[in-house]
Design a protein around this ligand. Structure first.
Ligand SMILES: Cc1ncc(COP(=O)(O)O)c(C=O)c1O
Length: 365
């Protein structure tokens, strides 16, 4: 499903950073934040230890805490919701769109109260959230946090990249992501001057240059060696995205006429980042078993929507019904799409999916 990239330039960048003995709080992290935020069209990026930490930091920057509500899709990775609970606020789960599987605007409108302080819009699998989400948030005085953990390089219109669409955006550089750093890593990003001024301090105990703490933070800094690797990966990102998009197009072409699977759609006027290529299938167990027999790796996303997980056993929405999320969660099967797939591997995946749709019992939506 993933094959992290590692080459001589990344190795040299890592070794040079280690040899410099400047392992923390140095020029690499600063440059990585500047370069990736410039790539995304934001004004500041602050590297940190993970995407989960970036989400926590985004909520702290927006001063969200006890008594506040934050709207989150339930069809996402659990960190999108738990960051809200970790700052003492209340996650309110909402359903996703039938076509694009991102947070649904009508569901947001229905769930909004006077306590709603933010929405976390997840660009799921690399598909950008509805562009209307920005104006909906502005009109309702609600902050828009982009969970861009899966969407490095996803683009809206000619140049509106993930990371520049919300008040704060959060990226993950986990090894399977579109851009990685040779370990754990994440980044907070903003286009707002007032938040930019506080972002670097937040990952450094909220301290100023004289080492006095002004707000609650912690040591959430990224190490210099991972930042140095991330900078080299960033130079490759557009080429890697091009390859992911090429493979997605091959899959669409090959699978378009196969009965019984719902293929991913691309929202109008956007470029998908294809972190995952997920299809809705009726019997994921038998479908993935056939892929497995054919030697093709796959994953099911997400076996349990967030609100149904044990951590939210006492949440008032634990047993709530969300028609779209309930219909597709655990039926989304992801097949390999990373940029290092060779042409013959792509053809093997296509062959295996074609066989799975013909022999797997009851495949179909
Ligand atoms: C949608 C989403 N949000 C947040 C995260 C958390 O990122 P990390 O694993 O770097 O903490 C992930 C990671 O998989 C994710 O997919």
């Amino acid at each position: 499903m993933a094959r992290p990239s590692w080459d001589d330039e990344m190795r040299d960048a890592a070794m040079e950073t280690l040899d410099s003995l400047h392992w923390v709080k140095g020029p690499q992290g600063k440059a990585f934040g500047e370069e990736f935020s410039r790539y995304c069209g934001a004004i500041q990026g602050t590297p940190c230890q993970s995407g989960s930490v970036a989400l926590w930091g985004a909520l702290r920057l927006l001063e969200i805490g006890p008594g506040d509500e934050v709207l989150v899709p339930s069809l996402t990775y659990i960190a999108t919701a738990t960051c809200v609970s970790l700052v003492g606020a209340h996650p309110v789960f909402v359903d996703v769109e039938p076509d694009y599987w991102c947070v649904d605007l009508a569901a947001l409108e229905a769930a909004r109260t006077e306590r709603t302080k933010a929405v976390i819009g997840v660009h799921l699998f690399g598909q950008l959230c509805d562009s209307e989400l920005q104006s909906w948030c502005e009109n309702n005085n609600i902050a828009y946090i982009e969970d861009a953990a899966q969407a490095h390089g996803a683009t809206q219109g000619p140049s509106g990249k993930a990371g520049s669409l919300g008040d704060v955006a959060c990226f993950s550089f986990f090894p399977s992501k579109n851009l990685a750093v040779g370990g754990e890593g994440g980044m907070m990003m903003t286009k707002r001057n007032d938040l930019a001024a506080r972002m670097d301090a937040l990952v450094n105990h909220g301290r100023d240059a004289r080492l006095e703490s002004h707000e609650l933070g912690s040591n959430l800094r990224m190490s210099e060696v991972t930042a140095a690797i991330g900078r080299v990966q960033l130079q490759r990102l557009d080429g890697w995205l091009h390859r992911r998009r090429e493979i997605a197009e091959q899959y669409r072409h090959a699978f378009d006429n196969l009965a019984g699977i719902q293929l991913p759609k691309i929202r109008n006027n956007t470029q998908h980042a294809w972190h995952q290529y997920c299809m809705v299938v009726k019997s994921p167990e038998s479908f993935t078993a056939v892929l497995d027999e054919q030697g093709i790796d796959s994953r099911v996303y997400y076996s349990q929507p967030c609100h149904r997980q044990g951590v939210y056993a006492s949440h008032p929405q634990h047993n709530a019904t969300f028609p779209i999320t309930d219909a597709i969660a655990s039926h989304l099967v992801a097949i390999p799409i990373h940029h290092q797939l060779t042409e013959s591997e792509v053809q093997r995946v296509i062959r295996a999916v074609t066989i799975a749709t013909s022999v797997s019992d009851g495949v179909g939506k």
